[in-house]
Design a protein around this ligand. Structure first.
Ligand code: SF4
Length: 192
């Protein structure tokens, strides 16, 4: 299967239609020349409406972390963006977004990766991506996993979700901005 065929199949997926409050709208981007893959959680409502991943305040913060403007971030010849759940999963009782649909990642990520032969770095944004890709190598908490980021290189780098909900986490963990982000920016600049 070619990457174009896989993307077409993924974008046409309706597998868990009955569990998606706004209906299926798989949001992903990739091309065979991409060197960086960003694996997030699942679209929020704004991403669902626009079909553009990280097209929200979280995306602005993530672009700042990476040192990328919107043009480069959305250049799918260089940056692939494929979340753990491709469709908006709805809200939980506390008003937050529900977890990504569980079976979605195992449906699309395994066939996708071999079709991205230039991939040098995969960013694991949030605990769902870390659980899926790092498995038993993941630490007991997201903080410990991200703090141990050097261990997962050069292919993977774990990150917290760039949501405003993690602003206090970022303040509490000064090493993130002082040590991890400069390394991340340098790595992304050399890749792209
Ligand atoms: S969440 Fe994933 S499995 Fe469900 S309809 Fe969307 S693309 Fe298909």
């Amino acid at each position: 299967m070619t990457l174009d065929e896989l993307l077409s199949r993924a974008r046409a997926c309706r597998r868990c239609e009955d569990r998606l409050p706004l209906g299926p709208r798989p949001v992903l981007r990739a091309s065979p020349t991409a060197r960086l893959l960003i694996v997030g959680q699942a679209p929020g409502t704004k991403v669902h409406e626009t079909g553009l991943p990280f097209n929200d305040a979280s995306g602005d913060r993530l672009r700042d972390w990476l040192g990328l403007d919107r043009d480069l971030f959305y250049d799918d010849a260089r940056v692939a963006i494929v979340p753990m759940g491709l469709c908006y999963p709805g809200r939980d009782r506390n008003g937050g977004d529900k977890p990504p649909i569980r079976e979605c990642a195992s449906l699309w990520h395994p066939p996708l990766r071999p079709l991205l032969p230039e991939l040098q770095l995969t960013l694991l944004v949030g605990s769902y991506a870390q659980a899926y890709y790092l498995g038993k190598q993941r630490k007991a908490s997201l903080t410990e996993t991200v703090r141990d980021w050097r261990r997962y290189g050069p292919n993977f780098m774990p990150l917290p979700h760039p949501s405003w909900r993690n602003t206090a986490w970022i303040r509490r963990n000064a090493w993130f901005e002082q040590e991890l982000l400069p390394e991340l920016k340098a790595r992304v600049a050399s890749l792209l």
